[in-house]
Design a protein. Sequence first.
Length: 626
Amino acid sequence: MGDYRASFERSLTDPDQFWREAAGAVTWRRAPEQVLDASNAPFYRWFPDATLNTSENALDRHVQAGHGDRLALVHDSPVTGTQTSLTYAELLDQVARFAGALRALGVEKGDRVIVYLPMVAEAVIAMLACARLGAVHSVVFGGFAPAELAARIDDARPTVVVTASCGVEVARVIEYKPLVDRAIDLASHKPNHCVVLQRPQVRASLQPGRDVDWATVLAEAEPAGPVAVKATDPLYILYTSGTTAKPKGVVRDNGGHAVALTWSMANIYDIGPGDVWWTASDVGWVVGHSYIVYAPLLVGATSVMYEGKPVGTPDAGAFWRVIADHGVTALFTAPTALRAIKKEDPQGSFLEKYDVSSLRTLFLAGERLDPDTWEWATDRLDVPVIDHWWQTETGWPIVANPVGIELLPVKPGSPTVPLPGWDVQVLGTDGKPVEAGADGAIVVKLPMPPGSLPTLWNDDERFVSSYMSAFEGYYLTGDGGRIDEDGYVYVMGRTDDVINVAGHRLSTGGMEEVLAGHPDVAECAVIGVADAMKGQVPRGFVVLKSGVDRDEETLRAELVQLVRDQIGAVASLKDVAVVVGLPKTRSGKILRKTMRGIADGLDEPVPGTIENAAVLDDLRPVLRRS
Ligand code: COA
Ligand code: AMP
């Protein structure tokens, strides 16, 4: 056990020494001499003169140290009724061979590979195979529709797309290949090849010359060794929602990422070699990248990968069954998953059916952890329930209870304290720090620690305008909140048009763009409203063009379907209302924040124009309807 306060202070007063020590846990090809290059701020670079290979750190070195027989990956899939596992030696073999297969298809260091796969072990293999070649993967979450995939193909310009014949959503088989074919049709950039994993549930048809079968290319492949890359070279691009429809391509480097994630496993999560670690998320999100794939393997732990849901596969005891079956030491999931379980099994009676005594800690992130859910889990599991806060951009937690250093007292509603490396502050609109307990914009004083985004893919300008220009010298997180007298941080929600639905980050701007594209719609607004299970859900409001006379029910269904077709099922937009107008500022800006407030039952002040008065008479009852 250490001393959090001392560790935190040291990380800020002597970051060079702090991260140099942390870098000692990574196997380098060329060890870093310089720790931080701050010469081109705000484009900071960590370990600029070092080289390494991330897959070598995640796999080869454990096998070389004699741990080849240790379990690396356990795939537990109630939706297909299968459980498989791979030791470190087996996973290394698969990764080296798939890397060879990608190389045979023309993928070299620096090339991009898009991975559009469900929660199968091959997703981990594909990611690590890219890392092995120094290629840059970009994983796209399976719930996104072809148009979203096409936008990512055009931005990342991949040499190869890796996909599967299908995903399985509870009992529904979703064919992936037609979605990929459609996305490639829509995109201007055409990948040279598409590797298709044929799953037993569905066989995808392959386009001769372009498409190849995963099993065939793997069987023919020459294993590839790990290619040394610069610590500052990109490991992956992960697209995330911004305030506009165009997603942001968050770039992750190799060296800072390996150092930060390795440090985080010991110091935040208290997980090391041989521990069984389970992150119940999806590889398509940052939580999946960092804590299903890279971090557990970097430290030689066993990572459980779960293809199922918290409820319905088959019941609300699914999580407890997985813990019992695999002896899980720590579980990381989103609060919404617990709320889904709690809704079906409020007493937690399924817990009595399983032996969950291996569980030491439950970690929750991805959205605000409401005190009710914290209390429910704490009472039933009898282990520390740890909220922690981070983002795609940061790659690892900013604020947490650092269990591996010392378990601090929990304050429900707060993810606890800023972690070493993160100088978290709350600023008012004047750019000055607010008093303890007062609300403001949560920012991080630069530089951010290793592992955080160095830039956006091919878009340095947007990196600066999105994150670095609101308050000079600070990274703008986009979240609002406060820090109390004890230094505990409270994250209250986004200050922009990003919403969080069931732990999934979505852009209301993107949904508005789709609704506005409907020929009958004159203007529209999409807002996130509170939802007891998913945290937030989007609601759409449309004003029709004059003269349009449509059956409202049919039109609403069309609009919901349009968003599903163009963004994907994950958008979860189920409710669109036709209204006479939208409230606006005197300069004509739609008052989305006011609408959110009214929907959440608050007494919102509204600029008293005659137009707004009429609009609100119509809108208020619609907004208040839950
Ligand atoms: N491929 C295709 N479709 C997908 C998908 C995928 N990988 N993931 C989700 N979808 C679909 C769902 O089937 C659903 O479709 P529907 O509208 O036809 O029912 C839709 O997208 C919305 O999915 P979701 O928001 O996940 O809702 P849900 O009702 O299926 O499940 C929870 C609700 C709470 C059980 C689920 O969201 C969950 O387990 N969340 C955990 C949160 C999480 O992993 N967050 C990641 C960050 S930690
Ligand atoms: P993502 O980039 O998809 O991981 O989403 C990051 C966003 O999710 C953050 O900016 C927050 O708005 C929200 N978030 C994540 N974790 C928490 C948490 N523990 N408490 C409150 N909000 C959170």
